[in-house]
Ligand binder design. Structure first.
Ligand code: ZN
Ligand code: ZN
Length: 406
């Protein structure tokens, strides 16, 4: 039996997936996920394949860890139910979401399967989503760790030519995980999920900035959902770190909610701002330099620290407070943008450092990310605003001086 507060959140999630919402923002929001459970065994996943996939030819995508955890058993269950279940098994220790891995996935079945099942977390889900979208087939997600918010979203974040790029994809028809296994994921994956979620405290500020200064569409309802998701997780950081089941469930639900917000808005705007621009830039740089990959969620945690300091510097430095539009921005944000000490204390609660140097990020690389990442994607953020005011470089140097004291 689930604790009452979490039951309420699951009900809210279930309501979002099954009812198109005519919103006060003027749009109808719909999440194309048909079924959602965090208490599903492999029989339930095989049943869902019978319900949601037309045809008998399936492909199960996993890595060595998730194959042993769930995919092997799932393949057996599917065959018992009369499916022909092929396997795309990544055997490398760290699977990259790149062209090579996508090619391997597409070459794993003789022809076009009727549907796919992604058994894994970020990389496996993003690769499967992309392959399913390009082949015009449905996919089901079996999440194995609360490490990122992409399970319910409709976009894939993949490496193309060594750069992290967001591609439109399809939303999973069903998301069927086992909370028991999800809560047993390595601590670094729980910390990564926490990092991805605290980034929303920045992304909603960037969305408001884009709305106020750049005339962009904004839905207050979706913005509120994302904010709530972030606040509920931040309040339970220590519980997540010590794997209290209710806290880990709350993290997973918040990640699902954030992904749904992306699906409802039609793109990643509500959940991805300047902190994600920095994160994607840093992740790509590590790979280009042939270094051990920087996990997405930890990169977002660092991005959140830096973007939070950047906001604080731009909006509070004495010589800039009179600049045109700074007052409008401060009014639009209200008390929303997190102050740097808060972000540091959230990270301390989950057991993460707030110093980029501790992640192997040099001052030079971070300077490049602060100055260049906003060119990588047409998205209005605090960096666009600073560039327009002509203070991007000065603000970046101030943030760097604080992050890398002599
Ligand atoms: Zn709306
Ligand atoms: Zn993310």
């Amino acid at each position: 039996m689930l604790p009452p507060s979490r039951n309420k959140r699951m009900k809210e999630l279930s309501r979002l997936i099954n009812t198109p919402l005519s919103c006060t923002c003027g749009r109808v929001h719909e999440v194309p996920v048909r079924s959602l459970s965090l208490h599903a065994d492999m029989d339930a996943v095989a049943e869902a394949c019978l319900t949601y996939i037309q045809g008998r030819n399936l492909l199960v995508v996993s890595d060595l860890t998730t194959y042993e955890l769930q995919a092997r058993e799932l393949i057996g269950r599917l065959e018992q139910k009369g499916f022909k279940a092929g396997s795309c098994l990544y055997t490398e220790a760290k699977v990259l979401p790149d062209e090579r891995s996508l090619g391997q996935l597409l070459m794993s079945s003789a022809g076009k399967p009727d549907g796919m099942i992604a058994v894994g977390s970020g990389t496996i889900t993003d690769l499967t989503r992309m392959a399913a979208a390009r082949q015009g087939i449905p996919f089901l997600s079996v999440p194995t760790a609360p490490s990122m918010d992409g399970y319910a979203s409709g976009v894939s974040s993949l490496l193309a030519g060594g750069r992290k790029t967001t591609y439109p994809g399809v939303t999973a028809t069903a998301i069927l995980g086992s909370l028991e296994l999800i809560a047993a994921a390595p601590l670094k994956l729980l910390q990564a999920g926490f990092g991805d979620i605290i980034g929303k405290k920045i992304s909603v500020c960037d969305w408001l900035l884009g709305h106020t200064l750049n005339g962009e569409y904004l839905c207050p309802y979706i913005l509120g959902l994302v904010e709530q998701a972030a606040d509920s997780v931040i309040a339970r950081a220590e519980g997540i770190r010590s794997r209290e089941p209710e806290a880990v469930q709350g993290l997973m639900e918040a990640l699902l909610l954030s992904g749904m917000a992306i699906a409802m808005a039609g793109d990643s705007r509500p959940a991805s701002g300047s902190e994600h621009l920095l994160a994607h830039y840093l992740e790509g740089a590590f790979l280009r330099e042939d270094r051990e990959p920087l996990s997405h969620g930890l990169a977002v945690a660092v991005g959140t620290v830096c973007a939070g300091m950047f906001y604080h510097t731009v909006l509070n430095s004495a010589e800039w407070v009179d600049k045109e539009q700074i007052t409008a921005v401060r009014e639009a944000l209200g008390a929303r943008q997190p102050v740097p000490w808060q972000i540091r204390s959230w990270l301390a609660d989950i057991g993460l450092s707030a110093s980029p140097a501790d992640y192997g990020i040099s001052r030079e690389l971070l300077r490049e990310a602060l100055l260049v990442s906003h060119f990588t994607r047409p998205r209005y953020t605090i960096f666009s605003f600073a560039a327009k005011l002509g203070i991007l470089e000065q603000a970046a140097e101030r943030v760097l001086d604080k992050l890398y004291p002599l």
